[in-house]
Design a binder for this molecule. Structure first.
Ligand SMILES: [Fe+2]
Length: 386
């Protein structure tokens, strides 16, 4: 229903704003209307055809082209608000000369939006840059001092993800010399049959390039549920030697015997697919009250009246808001969180922009670009960002 409303709304807007005023008296009116219908209805078309869903089975070039054209429509829709206000002011000031230029200026707006959309898609598929945080807490035992954690999230591997890109992404993680690798969901778009070779290649690269002493731990994202093969993906990850947390926790033990716990929850998309919804109390059950807890959750969240055990939380899902305008929707949909390091409720919450980008809307504009989150733990009450 959401897709139907979004596609319908975008088409209606584009038709009223672009086709009707500019092409009404032209032979191009019908072809332009049809083209807008196809572009605006792209996601709906993918959805109704079931496969390929959101273009995940298209090659990279086809995905980039259709995404840029669809993105141009979205950008025009965003810009139309200040555009309408501007021409409203011209009307009030009776600046008829400028008002008569409206048609030509609208063409310029469309051209700029198309250029911006192609640039945003290029940025969307650019490699992540390292972002380093030092997180100090009294809850970090001495045995975990200087532990390096790398977060991998929102890889969104699809058919167009090349082996070279997979290898390059793995190299970024390996270069950070991780003691612990945390996966926070949305690793793939597709079934195990469609995507396992790509994810296996990535994990094999990691295993060959580094051996994190505290291993690799994962929680699911909404796209693991959307894949239609949730159980298959969870057992695939376990078969690769990754600890999968579904409202559960795992104890890490340092060489000196100190303990730290990593807890992880499922994603709220579980409810739509008959799975277990996120349960923070269950995820932290059995952990001693004085122990330090790191929480993994695909989406950022505000603790809702319950005591949150974690001093550090890793999340993703937002893609950093992607582009201005869309980031406001992302913020609204994610309880006020969009990107970066937040300090609230006595915890440090990291919202990664994502190591990759979803092929359904692969547009980004700096500073909303992909990141490779590297955290160094400190067993003291200091917290720096560098
Ligand atoms: Fe997600």
């Amino acid at each position: 229903m959401f897709l139907l409303m979004m596609s319908g709304g975008l088409f209606l807007f584009a038709w009223l704003f672009l086709a009707l005023p500019l092409f009404r008296k032209s032979r191009a009116f019908l072809p332009v209307t049809l083209a807008l219908l196809v572009l605006a209805g792209r996601d709906l078309f993918f959805y109704l055809n079931d496969q390929p869903w959101y273009g995940q089975e298209y090659p990279l070039w086809a995905n980039m082209l259709s995404s840029a054209l669809f993105g141009a429509l979205v950008i025009v829709a965003i810009l139309s608000v200040p555009w309408a206000i501007l021409f409203g002011i011209f009307r009030l000031l009776k600046m008829e000369a400028i008002r008569e230029l409206r048609g030509g200026l609208t063409f310029v707006l469309i051209l700029l939006s198309c250029s911006a959309a192609f640039f945003c898609v290029h940025q969307g598929y650019s490699m992540p840059s390292d972002i380093n945080y030092t997180v100090g807490s009294m809850m970090v035992p001495r045995g975990f001092d200087s532990t390096r954690i790398v977060q991998v999230t929102d890889l969104h591997f699809f058919k167009g993800t090349s082996d070279r890109r997979i290898d390059d992404l793995a190299k970024r993680v390996i270069a950070a010399k991780p003691d612990l690798i945390l996966f926070t969901g949305d690793l793939v778009d597709g079934t195990v049959g469609q995507r396992s070779a790509q994810l296996r290649r990535f994990i094999d690269d990691l295993k060959k390039g580094c051996s994190p002493r505290f291993g690799m731990i994962s929680v699911p994202g909404n796209h693991e549920y959307y894949s239609g093969d949730y159980a298959g993906w969870m057992s695939f990850l376990r078969d690769q030697g990754i600890t999968v947390l579904e409202n559960s926790n795992v104890k890490l033990t340092a060489e000196n015997g100190d303990a730290l716990y990593v807890a992880g929850v499922t994603d709220r998309a579980a409810e739509r697919f008959g799975g277990e919804k996120p349960d923070f109390a269950k995820a932290t059950a059995g952990i001693p009250r004085d122990a330090g807890v790191i929480m993994l959750s695909h989406r950022p969240y505000r603790p809702q009246g319950t005591f949150d055990r974690a001093f550090l939380v890793f999340t993703g899902h937002t893609h950093g808001g992607m582009i201005p305008g869309v980031d406001l929707i992302v913020k609204y949909e994610n309880e006020g969180y969009v990107s970066g390091l937040y300090h609230d409720y006595g915890r440090s919450l990291i919202v990664s922009n994502g190591t990759g980008i979803w092929s359904g809307f692969p547009l980004r504009l700096a500073p909303h670009v992909a990141d490779n989150v590297i955290v160094t733990l400190k067993s003291e009450n200091t917290l720096k960002h560098r």
